[in-house]
Design a protein around this ligand. Structure first.
Ligand code: FE
Length: 201
């Protein structure tokens, strides 16, 4: 794959179709600036701040993208909807048609998210897909699968793990995984993550 990408890039640069420096900026953006660490900050804020949580559920685009909050906005984040997980309802996100994904908060989608097996099976057998991810939910928990449209991008708001009382936003953000914001996972168990280290951001 590396060789193919290099060959393709060389050809495109030689022909003047793309600018190598511009490509480097794009790669740096999605490797370092934009990624699930953004979404994790949004979730952690919603966990500690009830007013923010209400705003996120009411108007996720504004709550995530406003300059007064995080300013996470841009392509594939223009129409955001936050889905709140509860003991009664677990939300999962897919794009059955292709690979639509909330880039400003999660970065680029993982390979499995774009794969035909995930896209088809999650709507037919969501519990089976969760089992593949090592997750079992109580039978009483309803699973809702949300299919991204041409415009709307979803962010799952996972449940805050118990045992995190008094944790700061920065500490909580470290429990929020990419998969927990897609709905193929849940937030990390705090007993496996030290609350002290790396709390400062
Ligand atoms: Fe898509």
């Amino acid at each position: 794959m590396d060789v193919r990408v290099r060959a393709l890039e060389t050809l495109l640069v030689d022909k003047g179709y793309v600018d190598a420096a511009a490509l480097d900026v794009l790669i740096d953006t999605y490797e370092h600036r934009v990624g699930p660490h953004n979404g994790a900050r949004v979730v952690a804020r919603a966990w500690v701040d009830a007013a923010y949580r209400a705003w996120l559920l009411e108007d996720a685009t504004a709550a995530i993208g406003s300059d007064e909050t995080f300013g996470f906005r841009g392509r594939q984040g223009e129409h955001m909807v936050a889905l709140e997980n509860t003991p009664q309802v677990h939300n999962m996100v897919v794009c059955t048609l292709c690979s639509c994904y909330p880039w400003p908060v999660l970065g680029l989608p993982p390979v499995w998210y774009k794969s035909a097996p995930y896209r088809s099976r999650v709507v037919i057998d969501p519990r089976g897909v969760l089992a593949d991810f090592g997750m079992t939910l109580p039978p009483s928990t309803e699973i809702r699968v949300w299919d991204s449209t041409a415009e709307i991008r979803y962010l799952v708001l996972p449940m805050r793990p118990s045992g995190t009382e008094g944790w700061s936003e920065a500490q909580l953000a470290r429990l929020v995984t990419r998969d927990s914001m897609i709905g193929t996972g849940i937030a990390l168990d705090p007993s496996g993550v030290s609350a002290g280290a790396g709390a400062a951001r």
